[in-house]
Design a protein around this ligand. Structure first.
Ligand code: NAD
Length: 499
C-alpha cells in the first residue's frame, strides 16, 4: 500500500480573493482515498454564500483589476510562468492526483504535463492571434473588438481533475476573464494546488477563485448566479441538461462537454496488431474513466473471432494495482459509489454478452475500488452495456457484416463524442469518418489531439466546440465596430418638403 504523499492539508479550503478560507457556515465534507475508501482529509463545503463571495471577488477583479486590460503579451507571460511551474511540479501533482482519484501514477503524470501544455498553448495563441477587419472601399471600415466576457463559471468532473481544470482555466484566463472554479467533490485535492501556482506566477488577486462543494449546492449557486454570464461545464449528459435549464432564465453562454459511448470500428483490412493495442488503451487507460473511451468495439465478422480471442487474452494480462505503483496499468475507481455503478453494469453485462475477461474484482484485491478489466463479446445493439455510458474498465464487442451495418451500429446510441476507425481502404476511411455521428474521429489512431483542433461532441455528448481559437471565442465577446469614412449618407426621415 502506498503511503500518503507529503503536504496534504488537514482541510482543503476555498480560495477567494487571494485568501484560503473556510466556508461561511463552517461546513466540511470528507475526502477519501479510493484504495482504502477512508477519508484522508476534509474539504470546505461551499454553498450560496461562498459562491456569492467568490463571484463578488471575481467581479471586482474584472471591473477594477488589471487582468482584463493587460496587453496580451503581459497576460501570456504569466500564463507561460504557470505552465513552467506546473511542468516543474509534475511529480507532486501526479502523486496528489493519483492518491485522490485512483489514476495510475504514470498516467496522472502525463495528465499533469498536458495541463502545463494547455497554459503554454493559450499563451502562444493570444500573442499570435488576430481579429478581422473589413474594408468597404471609400465608405466604411469595420473591425472586431474582442473583449473578455466577464466572470466565467467553470464546473469540472473527477476523472482527470487537474488537466480538465487547466483546459478551462487556460483559455478563460488567456481571454482576460476572471473565474470561479467549482471542482468535482470526489477529487478536490489537486485543485487546491492552483492557488499556490497562480500566486507564484503573480496572477493578480481575485482573478482566480475556487469554491469546493457539491453540485447541488455550490455548483447550482454558480450556475444560477446573475453576475456569471458564462458557464463551461464538463460532466454527465444528465447534469448538463439540468444546468442548461437552470441557465435559461439568465440566457447564459454555455459550453458543455458531456458523456460518451464511442465506437471503435475495426474492418478486416486493418492493421490488427495496431487496432488491438489502440482499442485496449482506448478503453482501459485512465481506469476506463475517460469521456472519449472507445467502449463499444465493432469488428468485421471475418476477423471477429481472431480479434476477440487476442483482445481478451491481452485484457486478462493488464496489470491492475496500486495507483502509486509505476507498473500499474489500471488503478482503483474514484469512489465506492462509482465502483457500485460500474459493478452493476458488470452484472448486467453477464446477462447481455459473453464474458471473456474480468467480470468482478480482480484476484488479490478484496478492498478498494478495483474492477478487473472486463470484456463482453457478442453484445447486441439494444443491450444496456452497448447503449449506456459505464465509465469504467468494461468494453463490449459486437460483430458486423457490411460497411452499412457498421455505420448503423456506430451511430446507434444517443451519444456522439468520438469514433475510432481502423481500415486501410482510403475511400471507406473517409466516407465512414464523414458519416459517423461523432464530434471527433480518429482514423488508424488512438486518442491523440493537437490542441489547435476542435474538441466537442454532437447529440447527447455536448454543445459547442472548444479547442484552439474556439475556446477563446467562447470566453470573448466579438464586438463589431463600424466606422464611416467620408460623408454619411442617411435616408433623411422627417426632412421632406411636402409636410
Ligand atoms: P457530474 O455531471 O456528476 O459532475 C460534474 C460536475 O458537475 C461536478 O463538479 C459536480 O459537482 C457538478 N454538478 C453536479 N450537479 C450539478 C448541478 N445541479 N449544478 C451545477 N453543477 C453540478 O459528472 P462526473 O460524474 O463528475 O464526471 C463523469 C462524466 O463526465 C461522464 O459522463 C464523462 O463522460 C463526462 N466527461 C466528459 C468529458 C468531455 O470532454 N466530453 C470529459 C470528461 C468527463
Amino acid at each position: 500500500m502506498a503511503t500518503q504523499p507529503a503536504g496534504i492539508p488537514d482541510l482543503i479550503p476555498h480560495y477567494i480573493d487571494g485568501e484560503r478560507v473556510a466556508s461561511v457556515d463552517g461546513d466540511t465534507f470528507g475526502v477519501l482515498n479510493p484504495v482504502t475508501n477512508e477519508d484522508y482529509t476534509r474539504a470546505a463545503s461551499g454553498k450560496q454564500a461562498d459562491i456569492d463571495l467568490a463571484v463578488a471577488a471575481a467581479t471586482r477583479a474584472f471591473h477594477e483589476g488589471p487582468w482584463p486590460r493587460m496587453k496580451n503579451r503581459e497576460r501570456a507571460r504569466i500564463l507561460s510562468r504557470i505552465a513552467d511551474i506546473v511542468e516543474s511540479r509534475d511529480q507532486e501533482l501526479a502523486q496528489f492526483e493519483s492518491w485522490d482519484s485512483g489514476l495510475p501514477i504514470t498516467q496522472a503524470k502525463g495528465q499533469a504535463q498536458r495541463a502545463a501544455e494547455n497554459f503554454r498553448f493559450f499563451a502562444d495563441l493570444i500573442v499570435a492571434g488576430r481579429d478581422d477587419t473589413y474594408k468597404v472601399p471609400g465608405t466604411q471600415v469595420n473591425y472586431v473588438n474582442r473583449k473578455p466576457k466577464g466572470v466565467a463559471g467553470l464546473i469540472t468532473p473527477w476523472n482527470t481533475p487537474f488537466m480538465l481544470e487547466s483546459w478551462k482555466l487556460g483559455p478563460a484566463l488567456a481571454s482576460g476573464c476572471t473565474v470561479v472554479l467549482k471542482p468535482a467533490e470526489f477529487t478536490p485535492l489537486s485543485a487546491s494546488l492552483w492557488a499556490g501556482i497562480f500566486e507564484e506566477a503573480e496572477l493578480p488577486r481575485g482573478v482566480f477563485n475556487l469554491v469546493n462543494g457539491f453540485g447541488e449546492t455550490a455548483g447550482d449557486a454558480l450556475v444560477k448566479h446573475p453576475d456569471v454570464p458564462l458557464i463551461s461545464f464538463t460532466g454527465e449528459s444528465s447534469t448538463g441538461k439540468l444546468i442548461f435549464g437552470n441557465s435559461a432564465p439568465h440566457l447564459k453562454a454555455l459550453s458543455m462537454e458531456l458523456g460518451g459511448k464511442s465506437p471503435a470500428v475495426v474492418f478486416a483490412d486493418a492493421d490488427l496488431d495496431a487496432a488491438i493495442d489502440s482499442t485496449l488503451f482506448g478503453v482501459f487507460s485512465l481506469n476506463g474513466e475517460r469521456c472519449t473511451a472507445g467502449s463499444r468495439i465493432l469488428v468485421e465478422r471475418s476477423v471477429y473471432d481472431e480479434f476477440v480471442e487476442r483482445y481478451a487474452e491481452r485484457a486478462q494480462r493488464i496489470v491492475v494495482g496500486d495507483p502509486a505503483d509505476p507498473k500499474t496499468e489500471v488503478g482503483a475507481l474514484v469512489h465506492p459509489e462509482h465502483f457500485d455503478k460500474v459493478m452493476s453494469y458488470v452484472q448486467i453485462g453477464k446477462g447481455e454478452g459473453r464474458l471473456l475477461a474480468g467480470g468482478g474484482r480482480p484476484e488479490g484485491f478484496p478492498e478498494g475500488n478495483y474492477v478487473a478489466p472486463t470484456v463482453f463479446a457478442d453484445v447486441a445493439p439494444d443491450a444496456r452495456i452497448f447503449q449506456e455510458e459505464i465509465f469504467g474498465p468494461v468494453v463490449s464487442i459486437t460483430p458486423f457484416d457490411s460497411d452499412e451495418e457498421a455505420l448503423e451500429l456506430a451511430n446507434n446510441t444517443k451519444y456522439g463524442l468520438a469514433a475510432y476507425i481502423w481500415t486501410n481502404n482510403l475511400k471507406r476511411a473517409h466516407l465512414f469518418s464523414q458519416n459517423v455521428e461523432a464530434g471527433m474521429v480518429w482514423l488508424n489512431s488512438h486518442n491523440v489531439r493537437d490542441l489547435r483542433s476542435p474538441f466537442g461532441g454532437v447529440k447527447a455528448s455536448g454543445l459547442g466546440h472548444e479547442g484552439g481559437y474556439r475556446s477563446l471565442d467562447f470566453y470573448s465577446d466579438q464586438q463589431a465596430v463600424h466606422i464611416t469614412l467620408g460623408d454619411v449618407h442617411t435616408t433623411r426621415f422627417g426632412a421632406s418638403a411636402d409636410h
